[in-house]
Design a protein. Sequence first.
Length: 556
Amino acid sequence: MTDVLDPAVSASPTSTDETWWRQASVYQIYPRSFADANGDGIGDLPGITERVPYLASLGVEAVWLSPFYPSALADGGYDVDDYRDVDPKLGTLDDFDRMVEALHAAGIRVIVDVVPNHTSDLHEWFREALAAPKGSPARDRYVFRDGTGPSGEQAPADWISIFGGPAWTAVGDGQWYLHSFAKEQPDLNWANREVRDDFLHTLRFWSDRGVDGFRIDVAHGLAKDLPSDALPTWAELAEIPKDGSHPLWDRDDVHEIYAEWRTVFNEYTPARTAVAEAWVAADRRARYASADGLGQAFNFDLLEADFDAGQFRTIIEFNLGLAEQSGSSTTWVFSNHDVVRHATRYALPARNGSTDKQGGAWLLAGGSQDDLDRSLGLRRAQAATLLELALPGSAYLYQGEELGLHEVGDIPDADRQDPAFFRNPGVDVGRDGCRVPIPWTRSGPSFGFGSGTAHLPQPAWFADASVEAEDTDPGSTLNLYRKALGLRGQLQSEEHLEWLATGRDDVLAFRRPNGWTSVTVFGDEPYELPAGELLLASAPVADGALTGVGTAWLRS
């Protein structure tokens, strides 16, 4: 692995603030699709550095970078070749240091992705494992098992990967390796001390370079307990409860790993933060957010909800209760690099309890913009975001949502890149639609993303959703976000709220301890706002009434 003897150490902004993360506004950057400084069609770290003034004008307190490590992009960068280097297509370690310095100078903290469940198949450890015999220390870093049949020619089990297709791949000598995701992403063996120690080194490596926190990918998947002989079938595996003893997911002993990580985080001042991506039962999420572990865990409940007042209130109450239980703060998110953008989800019919991923059927049907109520979807998205920013806890925003971007659903098959599309034909078109490079200008070969063509095709309607088009428009989504984030910094207070009676099932209202009130109308009928100074509204206010589908902030 690439290493540096004297890493540049960058001081964090307001370095003595140990609790900055509890109610931070965090902007997720998918580096390959944010800004391209060298014109090769791929976003890069210098591109991010050039756009720091934009991020500062937006008013976010931190950025979270999706993987920027060397990668063959079998899974959009989540197949990591080297955890302590930068992909040459995205820049260098010096470029990373300059980016961190620029962000810190603007008062913006830096969170980076860590992908600990698996490496890529090009990682030096895995190449060493393939060259080594079975039973070797090199293979013990991963999850290898003998195949079945006379010569091990059949898989150890009939398991299916998250991306579809078999979860075991043969290496040609009777052994197979486990990959919970793509075959290019072999799972690590976290019972191996060398694996644990190497990741502690990685956490220190980036912390020493000024990184303020970490987002932990598949945090619930590291610890595994698999017998060395007969493995359960896929059907048997599905019947095992995920109560802390499941062989693969959300095992209780995964928290032993994170306790070690917390020791590393606490070596720094301020202590480094972490947030878990843990798709676990809600009542088990608090353990990942423990002060002795990662400290915070993603809550995706609002992301999966319909635009419905009853669902929103239930989710908010439940997650604030979990945060109180763990001593952490909760997180709120509507869009990210893995899901259909929320402006589009809200432009589609409600799921009404369906377990289907929202937007999936629309994508499979061709993803036409003509099938969306784009205006309604955007109004709902703006209202939801203002509600999110009024809540106690951390708000995670995904690049481009501040422009009101819809999902690009009609990408030609020949241009798609997501492995989910190739592994699940006719079932899943993948996540490329939310990863299309964002538009900065009204024109140009990639709408200002770079000087050349973008790595994913951008639609013509991006021109009117570009930063250039929205920058000076006082009614644009971009300026709504700027105003909201500026006010949020002034209005956040203690981490609780008081629900207010509204007299309507389609209206939610709550007051924060400092007298800041948020009112969200989910339906179309106007709603008379309570007394107070109107600070901001996502929909028109006429004669003291919010005209429908919107959120208003007031101060008493």
